[in-house]
Design a protein around this ligand. Structure first.
Ligand code: CA
Length: 219
């Protein structure tokens, strides 16, 4: 679920945007001045900012400039008055990802939000999995446990990847066999238990718990 920060001092426009975004399944936070917008955007936790230009305390241009100066790259869609579009485009200097001129239809804003959220997926997304302080790099096939880097065999890697894709879920021996060994292994085989044991030695005993009579779970 994406979280959107709305910085807009016009209460009618703000509530129009909020209502629309809620029914589209987004989580929103609304602020009415530029200073608060900057603070919250800086604090992280948002996937996109809808930023009005004419804001009290600090205008939208200043907020955007500050965010980009600090290296924050989250997508920003600027709201601007129709008669100020040219000034707005000039003022953005590439810092905003998009703008929408007022008045706008909600569908138009929503379409732009969806495009920007898709673009914002970082280039290296999906190249590692993590859970707590355990991190698995899918390219180098190395695990990192806190500060420690651990080399894994192919089976250990497959096993840890499966646990990390299903954290806190009980995985049965049969599921693990099928997924990691890729063929119907004799269910009476203890190969899973053997590999869980070696994996525990590498990443720490307490991370993978035995669920009696069922299987294993990554905590
Ligand atoms: Ca305004």
């Amino acid at each position: 679920m994406s979280r959107i920060l709305i910085a807009e001092d016009d209460v009618n426009i703000a509530s129009f945007i909020q209502k629309g975004l809620h029914s589209a399944g987004f989580v929103t936070t609304h602020v009415a001045d530029g200073g608060t917008a900057l603070l919250l955007a800086r604090g992280g936790g948002f996937d996109l900012v809808i930023l009005d230009i004419g804001l009290p305390v600090m205008d939208g241009f200043a907020v955007l400039r500050q965010l980009r100066t600090e290296g924050l790259r989250l997508p920003v869609i600027v709201l601007t008055a129709r008669d100020a579009v040219e000034d707005t485009v000039a003022g953005l200097e590439g810092g905003a990802n998009d703008y929408v001129s007022k008045p706008f239809r909600f569908a138009e804003l929503l379409a732009r939000i969806r495009v920007r959220l898709q673009e914002a997926v970082p280039a290296d997304a999906g190249l590692h999995l993590e859970h707590g302080d355990l991190l698995l790099d899918l390219r180098t096939r190395r695990a990192q446990c806190g500060e420690r880097v651990v080399d894994l065999t192919a089976r250990e890697f497959g096993l840890l990847e499966m646990f990390l894709r299903h954290p806190d879920q009980v995985l049965t021996r049969e599921q693990i066999l099928k997924h990691v060994w890729g063929y119907d292994f004799n269910p009476a085989s203890n190969v899973v238990d053997v590999y869980v044991r070696t994996l525990r030695k590498k990443v720490g005993d307490s991370r993978i718990e035995t669920v009696y009579g069922m299987g294993y779970r990554l905590r």
